[in-house]
Design a protein around this ligand. Structure first.
Ligand SMILES: *[C@@H]1O[C@H](CO)[C@@H](O)[C@H](O)[C@H]1NC(C)=O
Ligand SMILES: *[C@@H]1O[C@H](CO)[C@@H](O)[C@H](O)[C@H]1NC(C)=O
Length: 200
């Protein structure tokens, strides 16, 4: 699993219009997001981003981003240790970028975007070899935090005997309704017969 690029993920912060990505419940983002599931020894990336909005409802430190942050990981009940120590990989350099977004449609109509400064770290090509539940915590020096749980599953060692391949083409609700309308007579809005798939 590849950690996706940051910009696409800050899907707006506020209210009813735009919803936050699962990885970014607050000003600290963590990929893979909480409740992610892996197969043991699957290769994946870990990425954390710390955001500092310059203004808007989540304005933080005048937009000065906290570049001192650490990602910790630990198995169920085990002590949390920094990612680089846990996986025995070098600590990556902190990268910075910035972007803007609209908090809601009012802000968009008013052309009042929120500029955000961000700091990030990515660890690539990692593998968790032991199945189980893992806890991952990002903390910044200034006290921001995000926490996730990942589930690593044992690979299945049973052999497949048959494979059934479903192609769901043309099976959206609207298409099924259209097929029903074309093929079955209605009287006063009531179908007089039903499709095979409606019988159950
Ligand atoms: C935002 O990014 C651009 C280019 O990536 C850079 O030139 C600019 O200095 C950055 N602004 C801030 C406030 O960091
Ligand atoms: C935030 O500041 C920028 C200028 O830095 C401004 O263009 C924008 O309208 C402001 N946004 C809000 C939501 O106040």
């Amino acid at each position: 699993m590849l950690a996706p690029i940051a910009l696409a993920l800050l899907v707006g912060a506020n209210a009813q219009t735009f919803r936050r990505a699962a990885a970014c419940p607050g000003l600290v983002c963590l990929w893979p997001p909480s409740t992610s599931e892996f197969i043991a020894s699957q290769t994946f990336d870990i990425r954390a981003e710390v955001h500092a909005p310059v203004n808007g409802s989540e304005a933080y430190a005048n937009g000065v981003v906290d570049k001192e942050f650490t990602i910790y990981i630990g198995g169920e009940g085990a002590e949390l240790v920094p990612i680089s120590q846990f996986f025995n990989v070098p600590e990556p350099a902190v990268a910075t970028h910035n972007f803007t977004y609209y908090e809601d449609l009012f802000a968009r109509d008013a052309r009042a975007p929120v500029p955000v400064n961000a700091a990030s770290k990515s660890y690539r090509n990692l593998q968790l070899r032991n199945p189980g539940r893992y806890r991952v915590v990002v903390t910044t020096k200034s006290g921001l935090r995000n926490e996730a749980y990942w589930e690593v599953r044992k690979p299945c060692d049973a052999k497949a005997k048959n494979m059934i391949f479903f192609v769901g083409d043309g099976m959206a609700t609207s298409m099924i309704s259209a097929a029903r309308l074309l093929a079955h007579k209605t009287v006063n809005g009531r179908y007089q017969s039903v499709m095979k798939m409606d019988e159950a």
